[in-house]
Design a protein around this ligand. Structure first.
Ligand code: FES
Length: 127
């Protein structure tokens, strides 16, 4: 079961559930950056001052996306070529059959933080 809206995150996004992955300035533009805050495997992509994060798992056959690449506004899976919108994780081309699991991101005083707890819960619901 996949939750439909980000309101599922409300109530679990407490201050203690945000984990820093480092300064925004250290994240290169338009590349897939693998991170594992709190042991949760995720990828982040920076576009300007915006950062997007997703579980490091393609929705085709669950292989990692971290060795993929960004082509304009799409994250491309290295295994069989599925692609997803950078800004939403929605599927743009097969063979994947569902959107990526988004992880909430915020930038606090120049530090990029992921709400790992929310990402983990959404990933668990999608299994
Ligand atoms: S695992 Fe990503 S396209 Fe197959």
């Amino acid at each position: 079961m996949r939750p439909a809206e980000p309101w599922h995150w409300v109530g679990i996004m407490t201050d203690s559930s945000w984990v820093s992955i480092g300064p925004l300035d250290d994240i290169p533009e338009a590349e897939i950056i693998p991170v594992s805050p709190g042991g949760f495997a995720a990828i982040v992509v920076r576009r300007g001052y915006a950062v997007y994060a997703y579980e490091d798992r393609c929705t085709h056959v669950d292989y990692p996306l971290s060795t993929g690449y960004v082509d304009r506004d799409e994250i491309v899976c290295p295994w069989h070529g599925a692609c997803f919108a950078v800004e939403t994780g929605e599927i743009r081309c097969p063979p994947a059959d569902g959107p990526l699991i988004a992880v909430p991101v915020r930038v606090q005083e120049g530090q990029v933080e992921l709400c790992v707890r929310a990402g983990q819960q959404l990933a668990d619901l999608d299994q």
